[in-house]
Design a protein around this ligand. Structure first.
Ligand code: G3H
Ligand code: 13P
Ligand code: ZN
Length: 308
């Protein structure tokens, strides 16, 4: 199956009250781990590429890896998506390079600037049949983020205005998640009332949740037991993500949990087998750790098993 856009994927997810997992890819082992998981779970999947991943691997390499991944299982629908596109130019390069979906992240700009930049990307993308995700509201790190500080959260009326003015196809919203491994100082809390209002005002419209890793404590412990120093890490509980998936959230982004799974596996191997130095010896279990993590996400968090 060739690469697809997210339209049918999200329409089915919205109706079926599940989400499609968007997993960050940076190298071959991660692409293979994710694809094998999607194939075993018979699930649609989004492979997303950040500006950093593009810089690390190179867009041409990533696209060839994605191309190769498609042949692993032609029955799995795959979207390739630019994650947090920082500029019109990067979105344009990805669109021209074969991405079927791009995110333009103008969330740090003023409202008017975010509208103008998003609209510019939408005009370019839609002329080429490419999907556009935008972001409204700010996901702050736990350092800056004060849970009661509402102004970083997405304003529901502004979301409606933003979608109308820009024509963006999906919208990333801020309801209390944040990127990385340190999401909450105290108890995990998401603003579900806000999510309900936003999805009520935008019926049928696909919303996106960034910063949605759950930071599994067994994986953190594995990392730390083998020399890691990932202290006080906390993620979004899985039941909260399942709840979001039945409230209009069609795409759930996961990167940190993949990083943790991969690194924990390599740390363990390095400690247990200090005499080994063939990269394949530690990248093989690391790739399996990615696969198992993604299978778990698809099955227990996204609810997208069997939806391919
Ligand atoms: O949201 C950010 C993703 O986790 C990508 O991270 O920019 O370090 O590749 P990165
Ligand atoms: P996590 O850091 O929670 O995995 O979020 C990833 C993300 O939102 C990528 O855009
Ligand atoms: Zn993100």
């Amino acid at each position: 199956m060739p690469l697809v856009g997210p339209r049918e994927m999200f329409a089915a997810a919205y109706t079926g009250q599940y989400a499609v997992g968007a997993f960050n890819v940076n190298n071959m082992e991660i692409v293979q781990g994710i694809m094998r998981a999607a194939s075993e779970e018979k699930s649609p999947v989004i492979l997303q590429v950040s500006a950093g991943a593009r810089k690390y691997a190179g867009q041409a390499y990533i696209m060839k890896l994605v191309e190769a991944a498609l042949s692993e299982d032609p029955t799995v629908p795959v979207v390739v998506h630019l994650d947090h596109g920082p500029s019109f130019e990067m979105c344009r390069d990805c669109i021209d390079g074969g991405f079927t979906s791009v995110m333009i992240d103008g969330s740090h700009l003023s409202y008017e600037e975010n509208v103008a930049l998003t609209k510019k990307v939408v005009d370019y993308a839609h002329a080429r049949n490419v999907w556009v995700e935008a972001e409204l509201g700010k996901l702050a790190g736990v350092e800056e983020h004060v849970q009661s500080d509402e102004h970083v959260y997405t304003d529901p009326d502004q979301a409606v205005d933003f979608v109308g003015k820009t024509g963006c196809d999906s919208l990333a919203i801020a309801i209390g998640t944040s990127h990385g491994a340190y999401k909450f100082k105290g108890d995990a809390k998401l603003d579900f009332e806000r999510l309900e209002v936003i999805s009520g005002k935008l019926p049928g419209y696909p919303l996106v949740l960034h910063g949605a890793s759950s930071v599994p404590q067994d994986i953190v412990a594995l990392c730390n037991n083998y020399g890691g120093q990932v202290g006080g890490a906390k993620g979004v509980p899985e039941e909260m993500l399942r709840k979001a998936a039945v409230m209009g959230v069609c795409k759930i982004n996961v990167d940190t949990d993949i990083r943790l799974a991969l690194t924990a596996s390599i740390r363990r191997f390095m400690t247990e087998c200090p005499d080994q130095f063939d990269p394949r010896s530690y990248l093989t279990p690391a790739r399996d750790a990615v696969k198992n993590m993604v299978k778990h996400k698809i099955h227990n968090v996204m609810g997208s098993s069997g939806k391919a």
